[in-house]
Design a protein around this ligand. Structure first.
Ligand code: SAM
Length: 191
């Protein structure tokens, strides 16, 4: 049963639908690989998944998790050790992306100083929006429970609010009766 009060789980409802036809999927903050594993397990034949992270520790951790699980042989996985804004502008410049995901903040169990930065996050979203297929989706989980996370979410909200309605559907999901500023979800779709 899905926990509808949890942003990380709630987005699975959307991912499950998109993964049925996705050819190219990007995890822009692959961290310990949990989200990437969820996606890889639902990838269809020929799907190419990219896992990006700025920390080698995270790339190693994701690689280990995916290797220790049985991912279909006809699904491709590429890891990129770089900041997501640069990786999208360079290594992924010619890709048409069906699903791109961000799980912002820091690596659980890692260095809390290495954290997503609003300007890089927004540059990566801009790159992603340009590369999205028609009806392609970007999901972003933001963490307003820390000072840096709250600031990043405010900057993100202001950027997303101004996206052209004719070009993109932009939604914001958040729990309404939880204490302690739980994670919130933003969902973008190319029209
Ligand atoms: N999705 C991951 C999972 O399922 O385990 C969790 C991601 S964790 C909350 C956030 C990750 O973003 C960290 O691993 C951190 O290293 C990474 N990160 C921070 N800044 C980044 C950047 N500019 N580009 C790419 N990754 C970045």
């Amino acid at each position: 049963m899905i926990n509808i009060n949890n942003a990380v789980q709630f987005q699975h409802l959307i991912w499950d639908r998109v993964m049925k036809h996705a050819n190219v999927v990007v995890d822009a903050t692959c961290g310990n690989g949990h989200d990437l594993l969820y996606l890889a397990e639902r990838a269809r034949k020929g799907c190419h998944l990219y896992g990006i992270d700025i920390q080698m520790k995270a790339i190693n951790s994701s690689q280990e998790l995916l290797q220790s699980n049985d991912i279909a042989e006809d699904v491709s996985l590429t890891f990129i050790h770089d900041s997501h804004d640069r990786a999208l502008a360079n290594q992924l410049k010619d890709e048409v992306i069906d699903l791109m995901i961000f799980n912002l903040g820091y690596l659980p169990g890692g260095d809390h100083q290495v954290i997503t930065k609003p300007h890089q996050t927004i540059d990566a979203i801009k790159e992603g929006l340009e590369k999205l297929s028609k009806s392609g989706v970007i999901t972003i989980v933001a963490y307003p429970g820390t000072t840096e996370g709250a600031e990043e979410m405010q900057i993100l909200k202001s950027y997303l609010t101004d996206l052209e309605q004719k070009l993109y559907n932009v939604c914001h999901w958040h729990p309404m009766n939880q204490i302690n500023n739980p994670p919130e979800l933003f969902i973008l779709q190319k029209r």
